[in-house]
Structure formats: C-alpha cells, structure tokens
Write a protein that binds this ligand. Structure first.
Ligand code: GLC
Length: 439
C-alpha cells in the first residue's frame, strides 16, 4: 500500500485520485472572438457591446457525443465544462437571467447535452462556474472589470450590491445542482486579489469568500450534491487545490500543517483556455505526455483543456494533441490510473520519472530520455521479481548485485544497484515505460 496520506477533506476524492486525467472545456461567447476568454476584460468591452455576440452564437457543428468520444479516446476519465465563465453568459437554461444560450440562434441547453453524452461514455461530469461576472449589474467594478476605466466607476459601485449578486449565484448554482443529475465536480473560479499598490479604490479592493458568501454557497452545493468534490478557489479550502499552468516540482502541502494536499493541475495546449485562432504557442506531444506523467509522479491529477471553436467542434490542432494522448494512453495508462508518487525508497535514475501503483506492487519507470543499452537503478537490487516494457509486455532483463561486485559486461555496480538491459532500438512510443513487478 502507498504510504502517502492525503489531508482529509469534506468530499470523497478516492475516485478522483484513481482516475488522474480529465478534460477541461472552455466554451462561451468568447469562442466567437477567438482571441482569449478574457477578451471582454482585456479590451475593456462594455457589456452592451459584448452582448452582440449572442446574436451570432450558433455552434451548428456542436456534437456532445463527439466531444465525449475525444475525451474517452484520449484516456480522460472526467470532464469539467464552463457552464458560465467571467463574461457571465450561461450555457444552460437559467430562470434567473436572459443572458443564456437558449436566447441565441443555437437555442439549446448545451450543459444538458454535455451531461448526457459524457455520462453515456462512462465519464464523470463536472461543472466550472465563474465567481466573477463582468456583466451583472450588481457585481462591483474591480481591477479586472471591463468598466474599470470609467471615470465614475466608484459612483457606479455605490449602486451595485454584492449581496444580491451572491444570491444570484446561489440561485444559478441551485439550478445547476438540481436539474442535471449527479454532478461529480464543482470548479469555482476565483477569488480576486486586490492591487495593493494602486491609489485607485476600484483596483485596490479584491474579492474573496465574504463577497461570494462562500460558506452559504458551499453549504447549498453540498446539500444538493452530497457526493460532489469542490476546488479551493472560493478562498475556503475544500477538496482539492489547483495549480494553474505551472508544473509543481514537489507534492503540494498544506502551508500550516504540512499535510499532503489532493491536487489537480490545469493546463492548456496553447496558452489560452478559450479558442484562440492566432495563438502559436502550442505544446508538443512529448511535453504534454511528460506533463501527465510528471503530475502523477508527484501524486497529482491533470486536467487538460480544450477550447472548441464557435462552430462547436474541436479544431485539428487540439484533436491532434488529444490523439497523441490517446495513442500513448492506450498502451501505457497502467502507469497513470491508480498510481501515485513512488515510495521515497525509490529514487528516479537520471532522465526518468517514477510512478507506483497504489497497492505498492508495481513500479513504473518512464524513460523520458532514452538511455543507451542500460539503465542503472541504485538501491533496487533484491526488490524486483520481473520487468517488462509496458506497451508490449516484452521482458526486460536485468542484473543485480546486492553484494557490491562489478559486472564487467554492463557497467560498474555498487551495493544494491540493479541494471536493466535496454534495447538499443528505441521503441516507437513517445515515452517508453518499464513496468517493474516488485517482490
Ligand atoms: C483562471 C482564468 C481562466 C480560466 C481558469 C482555469 O483563473 O481566469 O480564464 O478559466 O483559470 O483554471
């Protein structure tokens, strides 16, 4: 059994840490702008102008089953969809606002279709819901708000009432938690840090749990969906933390108690979350697969994002990346699902990443840089029963000498070293994996 104990949390994260790999989906009116999901803030577009996108929102090629099929093929086990992003536009049929998908030419409740399709593919279903809302009349103007440059922003804020806004969020979340069956994950986003150095009061004031009335909000969600897990971004710790677009180099811990946190890193293929036509910063399949392995090697989950284009399909640049995941996962997912950080007694040889099955019985050595002929693993002698490549179950021979003798045919060995015999011809696998059956 793995010796790593994670910090207890209100929800049950057992399935989550077993599944390890999910799909994030960012879709909204910003998909039409195709130049970042923050376009409304970045370009300071006032709400009446931004709302013109509703007239043109018609993802005629949207097919929830196709999205789900891509996720399944990539080896993803759960998904999280932006039911509403910072722009405030709902992809579901809400009673509490007219700013919603059913009032566009598309006219259908996309959230409903997403839930049905992803469940049918055996995937767990999650909702992202933005705490920010740049068009709601009661949401106060802050440093990110499109109206932050208005000369009368301070006066406008006096008329805005965050209590009403918090109630509005509870109303929408009640709908989301009631009308769509069992929801496995809720991803709330995010508490705004104020700009302390600014002398502009609008920019100085941040927003946190009190503004969202987060305690009430969380209690409501837990009451309606007792099995759900929730992220930390209201500012009140819940079930998992979410390092964004960076790769931690150690298992994240609770700052006060030092306990290991349940964590999920969220990453993109190209930098932005929403569809961005002109973005050129696409990652390579090698980087993406390494990201997944590295995350699990530190006891975490990876949620990888797709931003479908405004016609509703996932474009080729993204499906190529999903295919790369799928191709690797088809043969190597055993080193990901049900795996975690290897026990401290196993120290990864240079150029490798390790994971270990939760029952402790198998160790996975990911050959990130492919070694020539042999791979020495210090301290592994005497612990291995059998070894094979994971992708084709071909035996990997090894020599070991727990007594410190030298094997002239391979390389010098110290006490406890084990040396794997690696074929010179690199298998055609993005990252080859050695599966080690431990004694
Ligand atoms: C953020 C961004 C956002 C994205 C999210 C995903 O904080 O505001 O656009 O949806 O992170 O992690």
């Amino acid at each position: 059994m793995s010796s790593y104990q994670r910090k207890q949390s209100p929800g049950n994260t057992d399935w989550f840490v077993n599944d390890r790999f999910g799909m994030f989906i960012h879709f909204g009116l910003y998909s039409l702008a195709a130049r970042h999901e923050w376009v409304m803030s970045k370009e300071a577009v006032p709400e009446e102008k931004y709302k013109r996108y509703t007239k043109y929102f018609d993802p005629d090629m949207f097919n929830a089953d196709e999205w789900a099929q891509y996720a399944e093929n990539a080896g993803m086990k759960y998904a999280v969809l932006t039911t509403r992003h910072h722009e405030g536009f709902a992809l579901f049929d809400t009673k509490y606002s007219d700013y919603k998908i059913t009032n566009t030419p598309f006219g259908r409740d996309l959230v409903k279709e997403y839930c049905d399709a992803f469940r049918a593919h055996g995937l767990k279903v999650g909702f992202y819901y933005s705490l920010l809302d740049w068009q709601h009349p009661d949401y106060t103007i802050d440093r990110f708000h499109p109206r932050r440059f208005d000369a009368d922003a301070v006066e406008q804020n006096e008329k805005r009432d965050m209590h009403k806004y918090a109630e509005y969020m509870r109303n929408q979340l009640r709908e989301l938690m009631t009308n769509y069956g069992k929801i496995d994950i809720l991803w709330l986003d995010f508490s705004v840090k104020g700009d302390e150095n600014s002398d502009n009061p609008v920019k100085r004031k941040g927003k946190g749990p009190e503004d969202w009335e987060a305690e009430k909000l969380l209690a409501l969600v837990r009451e309606l969906q007792p099995g759900i897990i929730i992220n930390h971004r209201t500012g009140i710790e819940q079930d998992f933390s979410t390092p964004e677009q960076y790769q931690p180099d150690a298992w994240p811990r609770d700052e006060k108690t030092g306990e290991l946190l349940t964590w999920e890193t969220c990453q993109t293929f190209s930098g932005s979350w929403g569809y961005y036509r002109d973005e050129q910063t696409w990652k390579t399949p090698q980087m993406l697969i390494e990201m997944l392995i590295k995350t699990v090697s530190l006891g975490g989950n990876l949620i990888m994002n797709v931003g479908p284009c405004a016609r509703g399909y996932i474009d080729k640049r993204a499906t190529d990346m999903l295919d790369a995941y799928g191709k690797w996962m088809k043969y190597n997912s055993r080193s990901i699902y049900g795996c975690t950080m290897a026990e401290p007694e196993f120290v990864a040889p240079f150029g490798t990443l390790l994971t270990q099955s939760n029952d402790g019985k198998r160790l996975y050595i990911h050959l990130v840089s492919y070694p020539f002929k042999s791979l020495k693993f210090t301290g592994l002698a005497g612990k291995v029963e059998y070894a094979q490549f994971l992708h084709d179950a071909s035996e990997i021979l090894f020599t070991e000498d727990a007594h410190g003798a030298t094997d002239h045919l391979t390389m010098s060995q110290g006490v406890g070293d084990l040396v794997f015999d690696i074929p010179v011809v690199r298998p055609d696998v993005t990252v080859p994996v050695i599966e080690v059956f431990l004694k």
